[in-house]
Design a binder for this molecule. Structure first.
Ligand SMILES: NC(=O)c1ccc[n+]([C@@H]2O[C@H](COP(=O)([O-])OP(=O)(O)OC[C@H]3O[C@@H](n4cnc5c(N)ncnc54)[C@H](O)[C@@H]3O)[C@@H](O)[C@H]2O)c1
Length: 325
C-alpha cells in the first residue's frame, strides 16, 4: 500500500503520518509520500521523528501545480488529502489563497487520481461547511451553508470530491470533523495561541461575548477516525468525526487559565470576528455504528497533555509565534 499524504507537514497531517509509520494503526506495509508546499503552517520538524524511515518520502510542492501532481500520483494506491489554507481569521483578510489552494488544489489532485486509477481518495473536510446550528446536531445529509471564505472553499472542495465519485466513479470518502487540538498545532489557533500566551505571562484575546460553542476533538482521535474511514469506509460516503465535548469559548478559556495557573485578569475581550459562527455540533452516530469509531481522549486528559507539551516544547513554538502575526 502506497499513500500520498498532502499537507503532511501540518498539524493533523503530521500526526497521521507519525502514527501510521509508528504502527499506531496496526502493523502496516504502507509507504508514505508527503506532498507539502511548506507554507507558514507547514513544518518539517513535525515529521522529524520519521524522517529517516525508509518508507517515508517528502516532496516539497504545491497541490495546485498540475505538473508536480502528475509526476507524483502514479504508483500511489490512495490519497489522504489534508493540504489546505486553514485559518479562518486569515480568510477574512485574504480569501483568494483559500479558493486557490482549497478548491483548485483539490480539483488538480482529484483529476490526477482519476487519470491514474488511484484506489481511494480520502478528503479531509470540516464541520464548518454546515454553517452554524442553534440546537441539535448535524447529520451527514444536512445541507451545506458555509459562512466564511474558509468554509465556503472547503465546501467547494468537499462537493467536488463527491462529484468526482458520482461523475467518474472515483473511490472517494469525505470526512468532516470538529475543532482539533493537540501537540504540534500552529500557535495561531485558539488553544495553542492561548496556552503559549499564558505560559509567556501575556494576555489572551476572547472574541465577543465568549459564548460561541465548539466541539473539541483530540488530533489523535481525529486521525484514528480518518484511518477507519480510509480502510473501512464506503465509497461516496461522508463520515463525521467529532470529540463529543462541546464548550463555550469562555468555558475553554477557564480551563486553560486553570491549567496554566493564570486568572481572568489575563483575558482581553476583543471585537467579535466578522461572521463568527455561533455553534457547531456534529452527530457521530454514523461512524460509530458503521466503523466502530469512538473518541478515546477525554477533554480533561487531552488538554492536560497539550498544555504540558507546549510547556516542554518552547523550542518548537517560539520561532513560530512571529510567523503567526
Ligand atoms: N485544525 C482543525 O481544527 C481542523 C478542523 C476541521 C478540518 N480541518 C482540516 O484538516 C486539514 C488539515 O488541517 P491542519 O489544522 O493540519 O492545517 P495546517 O494549517 O496545520 O496544515 C496545512 C498543511 O497544508 C500545507 N499546504 C497548504 N497549502 C498547500 C498547497 N497549496 N500545496 C501543498 N501543501 C499545502 C501546509 O504547508 C501545511 O503543512 C485541512 O484540510 C483542514 O481544513 C482542520
Amino acid at each position: 500500500m502506497k499513500l500520498l499524504v498532502t499537507g503532511g507537514a501540518g498539524f493533523i497531517g503530521s500526526e497521521y503520518v507519525r502514527n501510521l509509520l509508528q504502527g499506531s494503526y496496526g502493523p502496516s506495509e504502507a509507504d508514505v509520500t508527503v506532498l507539502d508546499k511548506l507554507t507558514y503552517s507547514g513544518n518539517l520538524e513535525n515529521l522529524a521523528s520519521v524522517a529517516d524511515d525508509p518508507r517515508y518520502t517528502f516532496v516539497q510542492g504545491d497541490i495546485c501545480d498540475a505538473d508536480v501532481v502528475e509526476q507524483l500520483m502514479p504508483g500511489h494506491d490512495a490519497v489522504v488529502h489534508f493540504a489546505a489554507e486553514t485559518h479562518v481569521d486569515r480568510a477574512v483578510h485574504g480569501p483568494a489563497q483559500f479558493v486557490q489552494t482549497n478548491v483548485v488544489g483539490t480539483q488538480v489532485l482529484l483529476d490526477a487520481a482519476r487519470r491514474h486509477g488511484v484506489g481511494r481518495f480520502l478528503h479531509v473536510s470540516t464541520d464548518e461547511v454546515y454553517g452554524s446550528i442553534e440546537q441539535g446536531s448535524w447529520t451527514e445529509e444536512w445541507p451545506l451553508a458555509p459562512r466564511s471564505a474558509y468554509s465556503a472553499a472547503k465546501a467547494g472542495s468537499d462537493l467536488l470530491a463527491l462529484a468526482y465519485h458520482k461523475t467518474y466513479e472515483l473511490d472517494v470518502v469525505v470526512t468532516r470533523c470538529s475543532n482539533n487540538y493537540g501537540h504540534y498545532q500552529f500557535p495561531e489557533k485558539v488553544i495553542p495561541l492561548f496556552v503559549t500566551n499564558l505560559l509567556d505571562g501575556g494576555s489572551v484575546p476572547l472574541y465577543g461575548d465568549g459564548l460561541n460553542i465548539r466541539d473539541w476533538l483530540h488530533v489523535s482521535d481525529h486521525c484514528n477516525g480518518i484511518q477507519l474511514a480510509l480502510t473501512k469506509g464506503r465509497a461516496g460516503e461522508v463520515y463525521h468525526i467529532g470529540g463529543g465535548t462541546e464548550l463555550t469559548n469562555r468555558e475553554l478559556t477557564e480551563l486553560l487559565l486553570a491549567a496554566t495557573g493564570r486568572t481572568w485578569d489575563a483575558v482581553r475581550p476583543v471585537e467579535d470576528r466578522k461572521g463568527h459562527d455561533r455553534r457547531y455540533s456534529l452527530s457521530i452516530e454514523k461512524i460509530r455504528n458503521e466503523l466502530g469509531y469512538e473518541p478515546q481522549v477525554s477533554l480533561h486528559e487531552g488538554l492536560a497533555r497539550t498544555v504540558a507539551w507546549y510547556r516542554d516544547n518552547r523550542s518548537w513554538w517560539e520561532p513560530l509565534k512571529g510567523r503567526s502575526l
